[in-house]
Ligand binder design. Structure first.
Ligand code: ASP
Length: 702
């Protein structure tokens, strides 16, 4: 028998009985004569005492020599701890296993880190040694919680009559708006599958196939630049229902999330969830995913601002822009440096500057604006803004899109500054998204959601004349300022679907080539349908209060989309490419000659190419053999250093403009004329005031 009990589940009730425990050596304390080992498994730790009196000499030797994180098995008797070794912080803090015999099941090498330590470990190292990292309490808790959430969601979907259906991984490109991951076909050289960005098309085909209520915990792949809340492959809970309207889906979502929150978090979330149209969200909060844990609404002041003589307001308004403001209650005493920071932040978000008013509690108004507003106009402005004495008011005047962006971001900035977020969970449903948005990059309209979204029937007439005004039956679910998921009522007739594709700039041939199969399905009897999908990873991340998806995915990708554990993506050899009918543009990328990830997870640089002789030649220096080796070593370490810099996680850090504080220095008129001693202070060899220098310097001196 390998074990009789889990380490963390032993209690005082087990005292006196024999037990076999097995697990990882979390840490070891050698008290000279007596050795304590904390033995850990996923349930917690159990203290094991090795004492020559009761412990076999082999087991004692094992305890002396075993390294942390080795796997051992110990047989012995449970007993109460001596008073001075009681640890009230852990569940098993009053008991211990008195070891009699023990066996090393698997030794651990010198550790890059011990996952039980409280230290912050470099993320690249954690990912490279993920199997060690997963042993930490945090990762154990996170993965188990994630499983519970998925289980709870599955339980709910099942009760509601949904069935889980798997959809293909090797498929055709789906239009979610990101770049596809492509998989070359061997059987059809030159053709590619795309990994699904979502099961969108298939779930609609399932509706056409009479499935009625589908769901799937589905893996999705999007080749986008990574952020803390984005991974190239992620998991959605994806669902679709036939014969429904928008309201049916929204109510189902409210019930699903109420269920999860109550079952897994013990929280009673109030429903119906607050709802805003996209227009309202953008106007009141400047974003389509506002964090409603705090209020700080944006107020519209364009009309009153137009009455002032303030040229910045006037200019923005004359160019069709708006003047809007945020009232920050009780903060009229923001310091000058806080105001400067906020102004700088507004500028980073695209504003030209930031006008503000500090309305002191005694009624006094500090602001540049007092010069440009009559006293009544100022009072009217403050009244309309809903401000009171003691408040700070900050303004943004520009094009509507810019003002929304600036004040939307400013709301979040102020929430950080003033600690306005509590640890509640605030769900929000946003509806009536615009059908299209203009893509500057592509110089055409693209879908806000995706092209299968049904526009409001009354807006269809404006598809060509005024596409920006067409609203779609699409909705988002937002939690604490993060978009959890989106969905829509779908188009279910091929005519409307064709119209939308052509509004998106696709030619008839392109439509038939890319989407002919779904248009065809719509022509054989498809029920009205709609659905939704939310990011399971994101939900778990928010509920756990983690700030990166990497904390809740067992084997996530690093920021550069690589996997430091396996070394993926990796080069392949030429035969594999040949079989697929592929040739690479440059040989540089073929196995053995590449700058890419190696199995150890470290990048393979072309270190063999460091040609010191060549460097010496072009810099007209002569190195001897030992200098050559030293130089090579130095160049390697520079490369290593660059690589380490590249791997430093700078996510969320403010860019540093100057690493060192810079000061202006005045150049002296007299040029600096060093003595030969000063000039050659670092020369490696000198004798009697003479220096051995490279030939090139000697020549210059002549
Ligand atoms: N497929 C959509 C997405 O991944 C969700 C949906 O419309 O159901 O965002």
């Amino acid at each position: 028998m390998r074990r009789t009990d889990y380490c963390g589940l032993m209690t005082e009730e087990d005292i006196g009985r024999e037990a076999i425990a097995a697990g990882w050596v979390a840490n070891k304390r050698d008290m000279g004569g007596v050795i304590f080992i904390d033995l850990a498994d996923h349930t917690g730790v159990l203290q094991i005492v090795f004492n020559p009196k009761n412990t076999s000499s082999e087991a004692f030797k094992l305890a002396e020599t075993v390294r942390n994180q080795s796997v051992i098995q110990v047989r012995g008797r449970m007993r109460l701890r001596d008073e001075e070794t009681v640890n009230p912080k852990i569940k098993t803090g009053t008991i211990e296993l008195q070891a009699e015999t023990g066996e090393l099941l698997s030794g651990a090498r010198q550790l890059p880190f011990n996952p039980v330590d409280d230290k912050v470990i470099r993320e690249d190292l954690r990912l490279q040694y993920r199997f060690l990292d997963l042993r930490s309490e945090r990762m154990q808790k996170n993965l188990r919680f994630r499983y519970q959430i998925a289980k709870s969601a599955r339980g709910f979907m099942d009760k509601e009559g949904f069935i889980e259906v798997e959809t293909p991984m090797l498929t055709k490109s789906t239009p979610e708006g990101a770049r596809d991951y492509l998989v070359p076909s061997r059987v059809h050289p030159g053709s590619f599958y795309a990994l699904p960005q979502s099961p969108q098309i298939f779930k609609q085909l399932l509706m056409a196939g009479g499935i009625d209520k589908y769901y799937q915990i589905a893996r999705c792949f999007r080749d986008e630049d990574l952020r803390a809340d984005r991974q190239p492959e992620f998991t959605q809970l994806d669902l679709e229902m036939a014969f429904v309207e928008q309201e049916d889906i929204l109510v189902l979502l409210e019930r699903l999330f109420k269920h999860i929150m109550s079952e897994e978090m013990g929280l009673d979330i109030h429903d119906p969830f607050p709802r805003l149209t996209w227009q309202e969200a953008m106007d009141i909060y400047g974003t389509d995913k506002p964090d409603l844990r705090f209020d700080l609404p944006i107020c519209e002041l364009t009309d009153l601002a137009a009455k002032s003589d303030f040229s910045i307001f006037k200019k923005a308004i004359s160019q069709g822009g708006v003047v809007r403001a945020l009232v920050v209650p009780g903060q009229s005493d923001f310091t000058r440096s806080t105001i400067d920071d906020l102004t700088e932040f507004a500028i980073e978000q695209g504003a030209g500057g930031m006008a503000w008013i500090a309305w002191r509690p005694d009624g006094e108004i500090y602001s540049i604006l007092t010069k440009y507003f009559s006293e009544e106009a100022m009072q009217e402005l403050l009244l309309q803004a809903g401000a009171s004495p003691g408040d700070f008011i900050l303004f943004s005047a520009d094009k509507k899109q810019v003002v929304r962006k600036v004040l939307g971001a400013m709301r979040n900035k102020l929430a950080d500054l003033l600690n306005l977020r509590d640890n509640s969970f605030c769900f929000l449903i946003v509806t009536d998204f615009p059908m299209f948005e203009y893509s500057e990059a592509e110089k055409r309209y693209v879908s806000q959601h995706h092209p299968f979204t049904m526009p409001y029937p009354e807006d269809i007439a404006r598809l060509e004349s005024d596409p920006e005004s067409v609203r779609s039956q699409a909705y988002d679910l937002v939690l604490n300022g993060t978009e959890l998921g989106s969905g829509s009522i779908r188009i279910h007739d091929s005519e409307t679907q064709r119209q939308i594709f052509s509004a998106l700039g696709l030619t008839e041939e392109e439509i038939d080539h890319r989407f002919g199969f779904i248009l065809n399905a719509f022509a054989y009897g498809t029920p009205p349908h709609g659905g939704f999908a939310f990011g399971l990873d994101r939900l778990v991340m928010i509920l756990l209060g983690e700030d990166s998806l990497r904390e809740i995915i067992a084997f996530p990708k690093a920021k550069d989309a690589s996997d430091p554990l396996t070394g993926a993506p990796d080069t392949v050899d030429r035969e594999q490419l040949d079989v697929l009918g592929l040739a690479l543009k440059s040989d540089e990328f073929v196995e053995g000659a590449q700058i890419g990830a190696s199995a150890s997870g470290r990048k393979k640089y072309r270190t063999a190419d460091i040609n010191v002789e060549h460097i010496a030649e072009i810099s007209r220096l002569r190195f001897d053999k030992s200098e050559m080796a030293e130089m090579k070593e130095n160049l390697h370490s520079i490369i290593d250093w660059t690589q380490q810099l590249e791997e430093v996680d700078t996510e969320g850090l403010e860019p540093t403009e100057n690493v060192y504080p810079l000061e202006n220095v005045f150049q002296t008129k007299e040029p600096f004329r060093p003595t030969p001693q000063e000039l050659l202070a670092n020369a490696p060899v000198s004798r009697d005031g003479c220096f051995f220098v490279p030939e090139v310097i000697a020549q210059e001196e002549e």
